[in-house]
Each structure stands twice: as structure tokens, then as C-alpha cells.
Design a protein around this ligand. Structure first.
Ligand code: FDA
Length: 305
């Protein structure tokens, strides 16, 4: 099932047709409050009142023209101001291919620097998403250059990739901010763990080692997962060296395990909800279905009158 949804995420024919159906639009609402930034900000307010901060991403990837990347960068710069004006403590997360990585890495870096400088000026932060493994080297190089210019920046790394331990070592001299996730793309066995138990073990091992090695350093670690058992295992693994529950962050997607987001925030964890918005939600939504095929029943229920 996972493979089928990940294939559907990449299929152009489906991408052009499925999002037009009303039942699909209704189904995606479960994980996305709406297509505009205003919808996302409205959804963040009650979360903020419950002590859950937010992070925003406008959905879109793999552009074809440089002008589209310029528009995306302009959008994010304006979005940062709108988040501040709404009285919300929020950060931004972007996909490098949404800022032109496929077209010209130098243009992509210039956009990242511009957005990061603007975020830092208002006390916010810029995160770089990690896309499929084909982009890993380019994304890490971009982050190294960006971080040297603007430190209030972080990168997402994927625990399913066998290379991630080495990537963390490579980034360690920068005292990086890392959002660790399991990984959402279809990767080959030769470069990625495909067994759940191996991925989980790598996730815990990488997180605990990064926190312990960096405990005297200005690092930042965000656990981008809904796997509460793993989060608690990591908290337990670092408690012995004096790292409390607020010594790292937990990031979950809007609409997924909301009850746990509230419970963890009340229990002293620093919880952040990633709120997606935008019109180009189809491949992102297919990846969410791939993570939990049981959600397909929810989509099917939306087909009923
Ligand atoms: P896992 O899939 O094992 O799920 C644990 C439990 O959470 C499940 O048992 C279920 O109860 C619940 N759950 C998980 N997904 C669900 C869903 N879709 N619907 C309902 N319940 C669900 N990936 C990537 O490759 N690059 C990136 O930049 C990012 N960025 C990112 C940011 C943030 C904040 C999050 C939370 C996730 C990402 N991801 C990502 C996605 C990540 O790689 C991964 O695919 C998902 O988080 C699902 O894996 P879990 O860690 O939640 O565990």
C-alpha cells in the first residue's frame, strides 16, 4: 500500500485529476485547515493557547521556472510578517525544490538566505525540509552554506537513510539545528532501512547520541514524529545525563494525534505543530496516506453523500 501511494504521489496523470474531486478536498481538510495562510493562522491560535507553537509550510515542490521560485520566496517573506502580525509564535519550513533547487542551486541558496535573514530579524527561524535521497547531498551543502550566513536555521534529516549518522557527524562542527524524521519517500534497500524496527532503532540512537554529545553546545533537536513511544524512549535515554523533557522539541503534523500533542505539551514537552497550506497539496497528501493506509477509509467515507 505504501509503495502504491508513493507511486501515486509522483504520477502526473493522477496529480492533474484527483485534486479536482470534492471528496478529495474534504478528506485533505483533516490534515490541512485550508488552502490559505489565513486558514493556517486561524488554526494555530487555539493551539498556541494550549502551549503548542506552530510551523508553516506552503505546499509545492519541483518547479519548472525560476520566476515561480521568486514568487515562493516573496510569499514566505510576507508570510513571516503576517505570522508576527497575527501575534503567533511561528516558524517556516521550506522545500529546496520549491525554491528552485532543480533549476539553479545558487538561486535556491539566495532565496533561503533572504527568507532566513527576514525570519531572524523578527526572532523566528527557518527550517529546510528534506526531500528524496536524490536531493540529500545538495540540501546538506545548501544548509552548510546557509548556516554560515544565518545561524537561525535548521535542516531535516531522515532516520531511514543509512547515511544520516555520517551526515550528523559532518554537520556537528556547525552546532546544527536538526529536525529528525523517519522519512517519507520511497527509497531503495541499499541506501535506506526499510524495516520499521531498524528505522525506529536508528531514530532513537541518532537522537540520544546527538543530544548527549551536544549537551554543552547550542544545538537544537526537534523530533518530527507522531510516534509517542519513541519520543518517551528518547526522553528516558537522556534523562540520566540531566537533559529534561524541554531539552529538545517534538514536532507533529496538524491534525495527526492532536490528543497526544496536547498531552505532551501538558507533560512539559515543547510541542510544535506543522501546519501546511496551499493549493498544491496532492503529492504531500499522498505521502500522508502512505504513512497510514488506514486513512484511506476516511477518504472513502468522504465519497458518500
Ligand atoms: P509512524 O509512521 O511509525 O507513526 C507512528 C504513529 O503515528 C502511528 O501508529 C499512527 O498512530 C500515527 N500516525 C503517523 N502518521 C499518521 C498519519 N498520516 N495519519 C494518522 N496517524 C498517523 N519527512 C521527510 O522525508 N522530510 C521532511 O522534511 C519531513 N518533515 C516532517 C516534519 C514534521 C513536523 C513531521 C511530523 C513529519 C515530517 N516528515 C518528513 C514525515 C516523516 O518522515 C514521517 O513520514 C511521518 O512523520 C510518519 O512517521 P512517524 O514518525 O509519525 O511514525
Amino acid at each position: 500500500m505504501r509503495r502504491v501511494f508513493l507511486w501515486a504521489a509522483r504520477n502526473r496523470w493522477l496529480r492533474e485529476r484527483l485534486p479536482r474531486f470534492r471528496f478529495m478536498k474534504r478528506a485533505v481538510r483533516r490534515f490541512m485547515p485550508g488552502e490559505t495562510l489565513e486558514d493556517a493562522l486561524a488554526a494555530a491560535l487555539p493551539l498556541q493557547a494550549a502551549g503548542i507553537t506552530s510551523m508553516y509550510t506552503r505546499l509545492g515542490e519541483n518547479l519548472e521556472h525560476v520566476a515561480e521560485a521568486d514568487e515562493v520566496a516573496d510569499h514566505y517573506v510576507a508570510a513571516i510578517d503576517r505570522i508576527v502580525a497575527a501575534g503567533i509564535t511561528g516558524e517556516i519550513s521550506v522545500k529546496p525544490t520549491q525554491l528552485g533547487l532543480d533549476l539553479d542551486p545558487e538561486i535556491c541558496l539566495a532565496h533561503l538566505v533572504r527568507i532566513a535573514e527576514h525570519a531572524a530579524a523578527v526572532g523566528s527561524y527557518l527550517w529546510i525540509d528534506m526531500e528524496s535521497s536524490a536531493y540529500a547531498d545538495a540540501t546538506i551543502s545548501l544548509y552548510e552554506r546557509l548556516r554560515a550566513i544565518q545561524p537561525r536555521t535548521g535542516i531535516c534529516l531522515q532516520a531511514y537513510l543509512r547515511r544520516t549518522a555520517a551526515d550528523i557527524e559532518r554537520l556537528r562542527p556547525l552546532d546544527p539545528a536538526i529536525r529528525l524524521v523517519k522519512g517519507a519517500y520511497d527509497e531503495k534497500e541499499s541506501i535506506a532501512y526499510t524495516n520499521h524496527r531498524h528505522i525506529d532503532a536508528n531514530f532513537v540512537g541518532l537522537a540520544v547520541a546527538f543530544l548527549i554529545d551536544g549537551r554543552e553546545r547550542p544545538i537544537r533537536l526537534s523530533l518530527g514524529t507522531h510516534d509517542v513511544a519513541l519520543i518517551e524512549q528518547i526522553a528516558e535515554g537522556v534523562r540520566g545525563v540531566g537533559i529534561a523533557r524541554d531539552g529538545f522539541e517534538v514536532a507533529m503534523l496538524y491534525g495527526i494525534r492532536t490528543d497526544q500533542q496536547h498531552r505532551l505539551a501538558k507533560a512539559g514537552y515543547r510541542v510544535q505543530a506543522l501546519i501546511a497550506y496551499g493549493e498544491y497539496w496532492y503529492p504531500w497528501y499522498m505521502r500522508r496516506l502512505a504513512e497510514r493506509p488506514a486513512n484511506v477509509w476516511f477518504v472513502m467515507r468522504q465519497m458518500l453523500p
